[in-house]
Design a protein around this ligand. Sequence first.
Ligand code: RFL
Ligand code: PHB
Length: 390
Amino acid sequence: MRTQVGIVGAGPAGLLLSHLLHLQGVESVVLEARSRQYVEERVRAGVLEHGTVNTLKEAGVGARMMRQGLMHHGIELQFAKRRHRIDFQELTGGKGVMVYAQHEVVKDLVEARLAVQGQLYYELEDVRVSAFDGSKPKIHFRRDGTAQELTCDFIAGCDGFHGICRPSIPARVLNIFERVYPFAWLGILAQAAPSSKELIYAYHERGFALLSMRSPEISRLYIQCPPEEDIANWPDEKIWQELQTRLGMDGWKLTEGSVLQKGITGMRSFVVEPMRFGSLFLAGDSAHIVPPTGAKGLNLAAADVRVLARALAEYYSSGKTHLLDAYSETCLRRVWKVQRFSWWMTSMLHRFAEENPFDQRRQLAELDYVTSSRAASTSLAENYVGLPLD
Ligand code: RFL
Ligand code: PHB
């Protein structure tokens, strides 16, 4: 097999890249290890930045999102038994975010690729990349037990944090920046009408909690828990009780319902530099991870592939490589600002094992400042709805 751009991974980064390339007349093949059903049902992110929404709309894959997604113009920060609204619309000149599940974005992109006979291959084994320091890189894999090869001009490593592309680059040329947090999130998806119109980020003495949602019937809720926690120790009743304690207010109770799905996710900040080696370009979670507190991972993946699609289109139309050469630097400028925001939100809202009463007072003062100063609220709002894309 041969194509122009070989894409490893059919998550949001790989699929959006393939679609954006198609719109600009560049051919690609997407190679995925898991099944289509698994990828389309994987419960993950839910908040799309203003710019991500526009990217999807402009690319012609936003119709269902615009019908079924929930447009939000603010969030609530809860601490010391009070809620404070951050009004995005007012603070950012009318911007907001879209609450629309990542797996729905994935379904929309798969449909758009298949509608034009886009080449997506699932359930591949032993995916490997080679010769990406030369001019004819290859992706090797087994399909239905048969070894195959894809020859391409470029490889896009969109295979997530645990993928094979990043580890294929010689370690000596990579710089890794990392912070692992001493806590995790226990998340549930519940058949329960969201108890609030907007997301609630709560700082509580027992730990962070988040109320989010997927639809008018489905709630998505998280609580901070120890990183080594076993989900078996958390029967549904105990989860609801902890959510009620952390999110509850006088005269306000969370609506409960049956738990459809639950899981625990560790929290880390991670960046690899550079995001390119030879003809292999890393995009999305394969190059960086943020803790979910800022709702940024999917948005950062979308921002990377926008830059990459434009650079590849420029190369194929003019032969110029300046945008490809600038890819890593262009992306990393945004990546680090988003890392800063995600780290800051995480540090402000969670309880840390090693903290002392000084740190707790400082966190409360920070929340008080953020919710009472227009300058500080504006900073949160402009980061949350998304920094400008170009
Ligand atoms: P993905 O989605 O991990 O996709 C990578 C794909 O590559 C495949 N793969 C391989 N394919 C072929 N060969 C191999 N050897 C392969 N190895 C792996 C995988 O099967 C997969 O299909 O990465 P991508 O595309 O970069 O997308 C990144 C996002 O998924 C991620 O950043 C977000 O989900 C993070 N995130 C959130 N981001 C937001 O913007 N807003 C949110 O509200 C938000 N909430 C979250 C989140 C992530 C969470 N978890 C579970 C990590 C909430 C949670 C709980
Ligand atoms: C979610 O709905 O899954 C979600 C929302 C906001 C976050 C993280 C996750 O910060």
